[in-house]
Write a protein that binds this ligand. Structure first.
Ligand SMILES: Nc1ncnc2c1ncn2[C@@H]1O[C@H](COP(=O)(O)OP(=O)(O)OP(=O)(O)O)[C@@H](O)[C@H]1O
Length: 497
């Protein structure tokens, strides 16, 4: 009560336009020492743009950014930025360097003269062990290029934690983390904010996590600050959704709006592993939960990318195994990768090619016809993708909007199976509801959906059955009906908090 604020950074009247598109229209934002501050807003609201400007990777048009030292003294922008670490939505690691070398990078950036291999390895171990001791013990000398997306995410977070930064900006950091890793990350953040006065800005669309970790929040809507430093506890979920301007979409009531779930006729898909057999009738939505090691081997088989024969998937009209992802797609097995940046988005091709990629593979077409432009616009409209032109590159879209491009690829494309890895990654609350609805509609038309997610609440909301993998990558069981609960999932995946 009445204690003076210790401001780390304050932003006022920030504006930014890309060409004719005005993205930030006068944003105010400030962060205090030792707080976890949730930065909230719908897809395309301007959160990442503001973060890029604060960290110096994009230039502002107008407005002020003021940094303070712990003693309250003013810092230059350059000095202030040296005390910031950022974890972007897309990983920023150097693939040809090792884990330890990547974690050491901020030391070079801050002017350290010599690279001391032993010291760097020690620091990298300490940082990684905060989140996963076993990974820390086995991975320091591995090349980043050999890591999975999930492992890369842990390295990126560890690098920020180890960088000695006074302010850490985390843009959707938990998207690829399991529930247990997220818990550990939150424990570390709470400790560092309490003990060393670290400040954290946390961008997320996961309401549960926001409430778990952030005591303060700011909401940006359409490039303007609509809530400035409110106590998170003082706002209900409905308040937050309303301030973000998503009331209409967030209330698409799944149960009411979704076609009635019923068993559909038709040949089932059969998934098998040594001694395990699961029959999936048309229209089933199967959730897959657990650390990625297990689900990834199953998913590779379902989409024609398997290197091992551990799993088989069979259907009356399919061969014993797919020879390639192209064959799988043509035979009706669709896939949305969780690795948006490396395996999903085609960065050098325009939005239209990104939206129509699967259709072209399935149909075997290569050239853009006029009818495709209409098709692309229809798909974008169905997912409310706003873009100045379908000929723009995808990097002119926000992260959540890029995710919608991946979803658009399979929307309305008749398929027997659709495999989804974390399909709502980075997608805002209103759009998530719409995506759940669209996926249910696809299931109602007979598609089997296999949905891997690290957000157990999402699996429980959408799926008929959930297949759980334990931390060793083994299938630990399939649960359904009244057995479906967060506790049961945590127990089977070995991730009870
Ligand atoms: N390089 C660019 N050129 C043109 N427009 C851009 C560029 N970068 C971002 N934008 C636009 O700026 C707006 C804000 O994007 P930004 O990434 O900041 O949103 P966000 O709030 O972080 O969204 P999300 O939750 O989806 O990550 C979007 O409409 C986006 O299309």
């Amino acid at each position: 009560m009445g204690t003076a604020r210790q401001i780390v950074v304050s932003v006022s009247g920030l504006t930014k336009a890309y060409g004719a598109t005005s993205v930030l229209k006068g944003v105010d934002f400030s962060v205090d020492r030792g707080e976890v501050h949730a930065l909230l807003g719908g897809n395309g609201a301007g959160k990442s743009t503001m973060i890029r400007i604060i960290t110096g990777s994009a230039a502002k048009d107008a407005g002020d950014i003021v940094f303070h030292s712990p003693s309250g003294e003013l810092r230059t922008e350059a000095e202030g930025r040296r005390k910031i670490a950022v974890v972007h939505q897309e990983l920023a690691l150097l693939p040809h360097l090792t884990v330890a070398e990547n974690i050491a990078l901020p030391y070079f950036a801050n002017g350290a003269a010599l690279f001391n291999r032993k010291r760097a390895a020690g620091q990298a171990y300490d940082a990684l062990a905060m989140i996963d001791r076993e990974f820390a013990a086995t991975s320091l000398q591995r090349l980043i290029g050999d890591l999975s997306l999930h492992e890369g995410q842990m390295v990126e977070i560890a690098r920020a934690l180890a960088s000695g930064a006074e302010l850490i900006l985390l843009d959707e950091p938990t998207a690829n983390l399991t529930a247990q890793e997220t818990d550990r990350l939150f424990t570390v953040l709470r400790r560092l904010t309490r003990e060393s006065g670290l400040s954290v800005v946390f961008v997320s669309h996961r309401m549960k996590e926001i409430r778990q970790i952030a005591n303060v929040c700011t909401i940006i809507r359409d490039g303007r600050t609509v809530v400035d430093r409110a106590a998170t506890a003082s706002l209900t979920d409905a308040d937050i959704i309303e301030k973000m301007g998503q009331t209409a979409t967030a209330h698409v009531s799944e149960r009411a709006a979704v076609p009635t779930r019923r068993a559909l006729d038709g040949e089932p898909l059969i998934i098998k592993e040594n001694g395990f057999r699961l029959e999936l009738r048309p229209g089933t939505i199967l959730g897959v939960a657990g650390a990625p090691a297990g689900p990834s081997t199953l998913i590779a088989t379902l989409v024609g990318a398997a290197r091992s024969r551990r799993w088989t998937v069979s259907h009356a009209s399919w061969p014993d195994s797919f020879s390639s992802p192209r064959q799988a797609a043509r035979l009706g097995s669709g896939f949305i990768t969780g690795d948006r940046s490396h395996k999903g988005i085609l960065h050098s091709l325009p939005i239209i090619d990104n939206v129509l990629a699967s259709r072209r593979v399935v149909r075997g077409s290569k050239v853009t016809g006029v009818h495709e432009q209409t098709e692309c616009l229809d798909l974008m409209q169905a997912l409310k993708v706003k873009a100045a032109s379908i000929w723009n590159l995808p990097n002119t879209l926000s992260g959540g909007t890029q995710q919608k491009l991946l979803l658009a690829r399979w929307l309305g494309l008749p398929s027997r199976l659709l495999v989804l890895e974390e399909p709502t990654r980075g997608v805002d609350i209103g759009t998530k509801r719409e995506i759940y609805h669209l996926i249910r509609q696809m299931a109602a038309s007979g598609t089997v959906i296999v949905w891997w997610s690290t957000e157990n609440a999402e699996l429980l909301e959408v799926c008929d059955r959930v297949m759980a993998f334990d931390t060793e990558g083994r299938c630990a069981g399939v649960i359904e009906n009244e057995d479906l609960s967060e506790d049961r999932l945590a127990e089977l995946t070995g991730m009870a908090a």
